[in-house]
Ligand binder design. Sequence first.
Ligand SMILES: Cc1ncc(COP(=O)(O)O)c(C=O)c1O
Length: 315
Amino acid sequence: MDNLTRLLGGPRLWIKRDDCTGLSSGGNKTRKLEFLMAEALAQKADVVITQGATQSNHARQTVAAAAKLGMRCHILLEDRTGNTQFNYTENGNVLLDRLHGATVERRAGGSDMQAEMESVAKQLERAGHRPYVIPGGGSNPVGALGYVNAALELVSQSVEMGLRVDHLVHATGSAGTQAGLVVGLRAMHSAIQLLGIGVRAPREKQESMIYDLACRTWGHMGLAGELRRASVQANCDYVGGGYGVPTPGMVEAVTLLAQTEGLLLDPVYSGKGMAGLIDLVRKGHFAKDQNVVFLHTGGSVALFGYPDAFGLTTS
Ligand SMILES: Cc1ncc(COP(=O)(O)O)c(C=O)c1O
């Protein structure tokens, strides 16, 4: 991203395009779903159940994966923001969930979504189905394997390109992406410094969620040795008013990437992730001769759920 690099006058900035991973309009969930849906098939499931916030990218990609594999999909959408605008509740990801053929149910904010999914699973079992429940964000040791793979891919790409990657930065939410990256980079003794920019929980809670899942993924792979707690770093200073609530930094980041690199971020995750990266560059967090890779985790569909946030709508 040489235009953005020049504009910020800091380290050389790169972007890894996990927004181009296929399955509906792409995103980080494709990598996780490769492993989760394999397990669903192995268990001979005929319907998958998952959950997320109203504008969940995970739900959209799960419905697309189910469609591709000839399975039904039941999604529970939690109202985490209280936003009742039509575009937020019906457009963007929600429109695509329906287009991909999902059964969509809504739940109030604060609901125990795991319990809600399990009760739907019981109903479907009574109706003769074989449901497979996928946790929010696809974040369990099976899903995290998708990002162990991504770490292997990034390191081999950097070797092929002869590029020394110093830092890898991305948005972190349900923790599966960062947990998988921590395990993959550690397993290869990579020196790449990984930083997750939080979009919801405070730092302590976010880091302990990631470390817990990384340790379970490490165990799931049967790897020897231990994971150091210090290998998990998150910065949660860019959450702003809360999950899914726009911030000035996010609006600037989304607009800058659109107008300097022709790229679309999202307002909930990658937009806040990039806002964190830009602010850290401006604060001199990275040395000028370093290479910093931003992992674009997708989500731009959600822009259509937030038309007013960018002050571009006329009516
Ligand atoms: C576009 C996007 N980026 C980042 C994330 C965060 O990834 P994770 O949930 O694995 O922490 C999500 C999660 O839903 C997402 O949809």
